[in-house]
Design a protein around this ligand. Sequence first.
Ligand code: NAP
Ligand code: G4F
Length: 336
Amino acid sequence: MAKKALISGVTGQDGSYLAELLLSKGYEVHGVIRRSSSFNTDRIEHLYQDPHVHGVKLFLHYGDLSDGASLQHLLHDLQPDEIYHLGAQSHVRVSFDIPEYTGDITALGTTRLLEAIRECCPKARFYQASSSEMYGLVQAVPQREDTPFYPRSPYGAAKVYSYWMTVNYRESYGLHATNGILFNHKSPRRGETFVTRKVTRAIARIKAGLQQDLFMGNLEAKRDWGYAPEYVEAMWLMLQQEKGDDFVVATGETHSVQEFIEEAFACAKLDWKQHVKIDPRYYRPAEVDLLIGDASKAKRLLGWQPKTTFKNLVRIMVQADDDLLAAQLSGKHVRA
Ligand code: NAP
Ligand code: G4F
């Protein structure tokens, strides 16, 4: 019988790649989607509309991380083998504007899900989307599984809470519960307001004459950026381990926002200095200056390592936004 997986956050960047991966492995995949007044299933439409592509259907269920009862009902009815908890208010800058909401969804949402698992399907394996943002004001370089956390935003603090709840449910109730501490990862499906996608989308629009300036915040921050489809493979590998554990997933390389901009504009043969302007509104009350991860535990125990180089990743994203805009302008908008 096919294994059954449930994904919270299935409509997001990672959720969509993970759904693809699990379907390709023969899983029956269930996703939680929230009610929205406009379509929020763009990234998974290609999977949902043609259930025969991978032989097994993708099922979508309305639910919300703020609504514990919806999660309880779902788990009670589905009895999934694996649960990938990717749903979150995931934007760091926005978390300063809506800290209470971020805590409700990104922190307490995890407890609601863990409680539902404990109650309805304690044998299910649980993946928590932990984040390198938990390291914040970093206490060691590079950051590893044993590096102390020092979150610098309501989002980071909410993720630290969820991290510890995951460890606690593992230790207190014996759940197979795992934290994947993922460093930044991106792709053509990255949300448009995160820095990398904001830049590559703007480059396509500048080239097409639709925009002249790109307003940015802090260009000095450094991030360890990997390729999202490779990172969802690490999630799956974690849940195939005998026991729950905690793993860093990263490339081990760091680049500043400015380096990303330089590389991306160079790909498009544009001079970034003519287009990029600084707007202090994009600065954060507190910044995470440097992230660089050490994924040697993941390599050793999961056999996972990154494949796509920084330069290639920039090129993939610049090209994808170029193609997307061309399709939009010609009236043939297709998701990457
Ligand atoms: P994303 O694209 O922002 O997706 C977030 C998902 O959560 C979306 O499907 C969103 O639904 C859903 N969601 C938001 N609020 C919800 C609610 N109240 N109830 C149910 N679902 C809700 O994020 P991502 O980049 O794929 O990241 C996936 C997870 O990994 C997140 O938890 C993020 O915090 C974490 N993470 C990401 C990175 C990274 O670099 N990408 C690194 C470390 C950790 P809508 O589509 O309806 O908005
Ligand atoms: O792309 P960002 O918004 O991502 P950030 O804050 O690193 O968070 C992402 O990665 C985390 C993993 O470490 C995830 F947990 C989280 O869910 C999310 O996916 O910003 C990256 C850097 C920051 O230092 C920011 O200050 O880019 C800087 N930046 C400069 N100008 C900007 C901008 N960020 C955004 N979003 N927009 C700007 O105009």
